[in-house]
Design a protein around this ligand. Structure first.
Ligand code: GTP
Ligand code: MG
Length: 311
């Protein structure tokens, strides 16, 4: 095992931070270190936190961090920060919000900017989770914005999925649209200090009737309700571990990371071949002159690609 992998497994923050940076920059050799770590990872409880912008995910993550630290757990946080999208470079947003933990050597917080990383984002999240896991973290919180497919996909690749909503954000419609009513293990109505929580709780309970999930109310600002939420998260872990659930979820997570990589690789290969290969170029010319149509052209290209790929 490489020296870097060994240091990461001992929980050394600097070695882990360097690998994460190298992975993002596609530094040669970084994936090889990750490969070494992967086999031994898979112990941490990965908790996805998703929900619309501004509903309090980061504030809640900070409170959960605090609760976990009080129990002596080692915690990692991966936060996909959409605010950096708006203000450009406000990547520090989440770190500031979780600052009180920044100096704790048993806590590792990583913010990823969602700006300019189409597709590559979920890859960074999956890789970061693997690194944190092999550092020996007990709990890994993964925060993503829930509106949009990517957030749901990433947060859905967890052992336990928290869907956070808050009154006054028009969440109900958004939530149903983004498909979050399908993915949550625990639904959190945050901003419990604001009016409008009760109707939201009621309609959520109604929409989730018969589904195996919990609905709770919190106020992340004051910490009210966070204790019971933390307990529900631990109970969910125990329930998974008591049956086949833990294995199933872990398998789903590995599959999500694998599919993400596979799709990206296929897209890359495809666009390279479309650019290079004569017969495929001709096909595109025919398409441009309407000698063929997109559907026919795609079918023909697929046949050619598969045929030649087998050689
Ligand atoms: N009143 C009230 N405000 C809250 C509560 N929780 C969070 N907030 C505030 O809501 C705002 C957004 O909180 P964040 O934790 O950044 O929300 P987020 O979901 O992480 O936001 P994005 O990551 O940008 O999607 C902040 O100003 C918080 O202080 C709460 O329980 N009550
Ligand atoms: Mg946030």
């Amino acid at each position: 095992m490489s020296d870097q992998a060994r240091r990461i497994k001992r929980g050394e923050v600097r070695a882990a931070a360097r690998l994460m940076r190298d992975l993002d920059d596609r530094v040669p050799g970084a994936q090889a270190v990750l490969r070494e770590l992967y086999a031994a990872a898979g112990r941490a409880h990965v908790v996805g936190i998703t929900g619309p912008a501004g509903c309090g995910k980061s504030t809640l993550a900070d409170q959960l961090l605090e609760a976990a630290r009080k129990e002596g757990q080692k915690v990692g946080v991966v936060a996909v920060d959409p605010t950096s999208h708006i203000s450009g470079g406000a990547v520090l947003g989440d770190r500031v919000r979780m600052q009180r933990h920044a100096r704790d050597p048993r806590v590792f917080i990583r913010s990823l900017a969602s700006r300019g990383s189409l597709g590559g984002l979920s890859r960074s999240v999956f890789d970061t989770v693997t690194v944190l896991d092999s550092m020996g973290k007990d709990l890994i919180l993964v925060e993503t914005a829930g509106v949009g497919q990517d957030g749901v996909k990433v947060a859905g690749a967890a052992h336990t999925v928290l869907v956070v909503l808050a009154p006054g954000l028009g969440d109900e419609v958004q939530a149903i649209k983004a498909g979050v009513l399908e993915i949550g293990d625990i639904y959190v109505v945050n901003k419990g200090d604001r009016s409008g929580c009760e109707p939201l709780l009621r309609s959520l309970r109604w929409a989730l009737e018969g589904k195996p999930c919990e609905v709770v109310k919190t106020c992340a600002r004051t910490g009210a309700g966070v204790g019971p939420l933390f307990k529900l998260i631990a109970e969910h872990r125990s329930a998974l571990q008591a049956g086949a659930g833990w294995q199933e979820r872990s398998r789903g997570m590995a599959r999500a990371a694998f599919l993400e990589r596979l799709e990206a690789g296929m897209k890359e290969t495809l666009s390279g071949r479309l650019r290079r290969e004569k017969s495929l170029q001709k096909l595109q010319e025919d398409l441009a002159c309407r000698r063929t149509d997109p559907d026919t052209a795609a079918r023909r290209a697929l046949r050619e690609l598969i045929k030649r790929g087998q050689r």
